[in-house]
Write a new protein. Structure first.
Length: 192
């Protein structure tokens, strides 16, 4: 109210709460990533037998077509939030590409030296440090992880079944094809 009972000069303005205004620096949501996360959230990737949940992510194996890496990392974040122990490793380039999309797990991503199986050995050493009983979810295609099946349920989230090692295929309790999930999620997106 202004002086003399008339309208105030401030009555002409629309007031908003700053908490309701989106952060202009925050990345826009990724529809494919959101659809993939919803699929994974409802997918029974964990056995649920009371064992410690260990997520091992070989970031070198998460290669994706342009625009798909973020969606794949959205899945990693969803699974990491469900796990008791999370280990992410890869060569420096893979870690640098992944960090912007790893949310609260970005700082935990370990860059390793170039070389065959270096990230795999970091992941295996981390799993070895967790006492039994464990169940392991591995995001990789590498056969080196097959021995983890001796410690409990072993779920493999394969970035592409065409590259999955036969040894790992034979050892897994459950195989999930990430590329197939991506196709399913893409069909659920609105056209346009």
């Amino acid at each position: 109210m202004g002086l003399g009972g008339g309208p105030s000069e401030w009555d002409e303005y629309e007031w908003v709460s700053l908490e309701d205004v989106p952060d202009p620096d925050a990345p826009a949501p990724d529809p494919l990533g959101q659809a993939l996360r919803a699929l994974v959230r409802d997918y029974p990737v964990w056995a649920g037998q009371g064992a410690t949940r260990v997520l091992l992510v070989d970031l070198d194996n998460l290669r994706a077509a342009r625009g798909r890496l973020r969606a794949r990392l959205d899945v990693v974040v969803e699974l990491a939030r469900q796990a008791d122990h999370v280990v992410l490793a890869g060569q420096a380039g893979a870690v640098a590409r992944s960090r912007p999309w790893l949310a609260e797990f970005a700082a935990a991503a370990q860059a390793v030296a170039d070389g065959a199986d270096v990230a795999d050995h970091v992941l295996l050493a981390a799993a070895a440090a967790v006492p039994d009983p464990i169940e392991v979810l591995v995001v990789s295609n590498d056969g080196i992880f097959a021995d983890l099946a001796e410690r409990g349920d072993l779920t493999i989230l394969s970035p592409g079944m065409d590259a999955l090692s036969d040894r790992l295929h034979g050892a897994a309790s459950l195989l999930v094809d990430l590329a197939a999930l991506e196709r399913e999620a893409a069909t659920a997106l609105p056209a346009g």
